[in-house]
Design a protein around this ligand. Sequence first.
Ligand SMILES: [Mg+2]
Length: 197
Amino acid sequence: MKFYVDFDDCLCETARAFTGIADRLFDKKVPYEDIRFFNLKESFGLNDDQYDELMIEGHRPEVLLSYEETPGASQTLNELIDNGHEVSVITGRPYSAYETSRKWLDDHGLDRAKLFCLDKYGRDSFIKNSEFNLKLEDYYKMEFDYAIEDSPLAFKFFDHLPDLKVMVIDRPWNHEVELPGNFTRCTDWKMIKNLIG
Ligand SMILES: [Mg+2]
């Protein structure tokens, strides 16, 4: 089977790291549990310049490499790969973060997972003028049996696959979103593992 896996807040604790960055740069103290919007500009109450600065800081290689793994992610995915399944990490990070993201995966035992950068969030919610290495038209040629995502803004990328089983990692910014029938809210990777069987 083929697995689509999102990177930030599925494989690693990106939003938790961003709360620390917002505090360090702008003295904004927003607890992780209070991140109600996927758009961090809104959640942290930042202006446009501050948001740009936050995103650039959060994508510096040493910062990206410091993101903590979400417990169980690497082990679960490696078991799937051991059993002959295919894992593609499809991230909304820009291609400028590819090499560092690849290193993070390799450092966390995910060297056999593929990595693609797809423009999931549009120019307004990411680093300006970013490039991506997976074109939308090529993404739509890919097929998946399972998807693991956290962002409601990315759910539209599953509309063309009605049989896809989508597992949504429960996060404060998706907690109140109503999910379609083929979606399952998952508290952690243990639950994902049990659902895949
Ligand atoms: Mg994500």
